[in-house]
Design a protein around this ligand. Structure first.
Ligand code: FMN
Ligand code: MN
Length: 491
């Protein structure tokens, strides 16, 4: 990995945050930040701009000066491209996927606590009845969504058993001035912590940080084993410790350089109808009666910026796929040390491709289960290929399946894997009345590897690599309309 130049931020830790990153975008990614100066409606206005550009194949970060009803600016699609994600993580775009495989050179950094006076996020504080979520530019994203949704918030919670601080991104349906929902996968640590408080009948403290450096969000979404450790992982992605500060209403430590921190308590035993909400698999699933939180304080920086992720858009999928690639790599390499590369394709995050230097016929199955166990909620198809296949090239992977896989012997079905219920459409059973029942759905393992040595499999056909490399591209002359045709040329 090559470090890229970075600007912005001062202070002992370098001071990376959303602002330092947006300054980097302006300096290093021409056209990467587009400012929308005309007023937009929070209801579909923000996402309409994103969707319009997406149709044209463009994914700039979008800055909205004027979201109706709010004094705050809103930014979305911050890291919707591999190029900007690479810039955020300090790697070359071509290395992004491969680097995220190994987290090369990325060391976890424990967070450092700073005084309130040094925490920009304590500039403005709303307490209790001053809290009004309607004053924040929170978009309604997709056609059938049940309301405004906070999509780029990193929720910080403390495990009541171990005391460890955990972080993750969870969606929040905004209900009114002081109440918002929270949707946890039961198996995610956030959900486990909330359940532990609920079992004791106690309110669960939660702080949601909105607006930070992309490395901070990547840390929150990576699958750190065990409860907690995300602040350290965020420090690895940011290459500097996260600065944290005491919360106003609980003993949580919150990011001092976030744009906004929303503090509250998930109330035990109470629920509110959550959803509908368009999720990354591109369908309306999930929702129903869910716990909610009462907001007791909002703290923010001077000129705070609201950060949004367009639900079910490209940034949502990229942000979901990339950190998982490194988590899967770490887990699979523990059982199959000859793992070469991992890809979770952005367009189909339920799939995972693994390439291995196969030593034994049990390697593909072991590797596949380690991957499945890293991301059990979302993965449902693992394709294992040999190390001559580039897992970042979808055509190569398909070719390996076409030539080295035989369903009778090389297909394994795990009958009960995803679910019951969740965001995958397959984890529900539907009926003619529009009702649904949670169910389990299956996963498949496709072993597209050659037999293990000493079996001799046919050799792959190719032009010698040296000869390909030695080709003189200068000898290529395009034949244009009006030129002399090659067979008519004087010889
Ligand atoms: C944009 C985005 C939205 C997400 N929304 C949710 C969500 O609503 N609920 C959830 O449980 N996980 C959601 N996730 C995934 C979790 O943030 C992620 O799996 C994280 O590692 C969970 O951490 P935890 O196990 O410590 O709770 C989302 C991820 C991204 C990138
Ligand atoms: Mn966790």
């Amino acid at each position: 990995m090559t470090a890229r130049p970075e600007t912005g931020g001062t202070g002992g830790t370098g001071g990376k945050d959303l602002r330092s990153f947006l300054a980097d975008v302006v300096a290093h990614d021409d056209g990467g930040l587009v400012r929308v100066t005309s007023p937009v409606d929070p209801r579909f206005g923000v996402t309409a701009h994103g969707a319009r550009l997406e149709k044209a194949g463009r994914y700039p970060a979008l800055w909205f000066d004027d979201v109706k009803g709010s004094e705050l600016a809103c930014v979305t699609n911050t890291v919707a491209t591999h190029e900007r994600m690479a810039l955020a993580l300090g790697v070359e775009p071509d290395d992004l996927l491969r680097a995220s495989d190994r987290l090369e050179g990325l060391q976890p950094h424990p967070p450092v606590e700073v005084d309130r006076a040094d925490a920009p996020v304590k500039h403005t504080i709303w307490r209790d009845d001053e809290v009004d979520l309607a004053k924040l530019p929170i978009p309604v994203h997709n056609e059938l969504d049940g309301g405004p949704y906070l999509t780029a918030g990193v929720s910080i919670m403390r495990d009541p058993w171990s005391g460890a601080i955990n972080a993750g991104i969870y969606r929040h349906h905004v209900y009114d001035a002081r109440r918002m929902g929270v949707w946890f996968f039961g198996s995610h640590h956030g959900g486990v912590i909330a359940r532990r408080y609920a079992e004791k009948g106690e309110p669960c403290p939660i702080a949601i940080a909105v607006g930070h450096h992309p490395g901070f969000l990547m840390g929150a979404v990576s699958r750190v084993p065990g409860i907690g450790g995300e602040y350290d992982a965020a420090g690895a992605f940011m290459r500097e410790p996260v600065e944290v500060v005491r919360a106003e209403t609980s003993d949580l430590l919150v990011p001092a350089r976030a744009e906004i921190v929303i503090e509250g308590f998930i109330l035990p035993g109470e629920t509110e109808e959550e959803g509908p909400f368009a999720e990354w698999p591109g369908h309306y699933v999930g929702g129903g009666p869910k716990p909610f939180l009462r907001v007791d304080a909002v703290t923010m920086r001077e000129g705070a910026i609201w950060q949004d992720i367009q639900a079910s858009g490209r940034e949502h999928r990229l942000m979901g796929a990339l950190p998982r690639i490194s988590s899967i790599h770490a887990n699979v390499a523990k059982v199959v040390p000859d793992l070469k590369a991992v890809n979770v394709p952005v367009h189909t995050r339920m799939h995972c491709y693994l390439s291995i230097d196969k030593q034994s016929d049990s390697d593909p199955t072991r590797a596949a289960f380690a991957a499945l166990n890293t991301e059990p909620e979302n993965l449902r198809m693992i394709v294992v290929v040999d190390d001559d296949i580039d897992v970042y090239d979808h055509e190569e992977v398909s070719w390996a399946v076409g030539t080295r896989f035989d369903a009778t012997t090389d297909l394994q079905v795990v009958p009960t894997w995803n679910g019951p219920g969740g965001l995958l459409p397959t984890t529900w059973e539907y009926d003619a009345e529009g009702g649904r029942t949670a169910r389990m759905s299956s996963a498949v393992i496709i072993d597209a590897t050659k037999p293990a040595p000493p079996v001799v499999f046919p050799t792959r056909a190719r032009v010698p690599v040296d000869e390909v490399a030695a080709v003189d591209l200068g000898a290529h002359v395009p034949v244009a309309a009006g030129d002399e045709l090659p067979w008519e040329a004087a010889r």
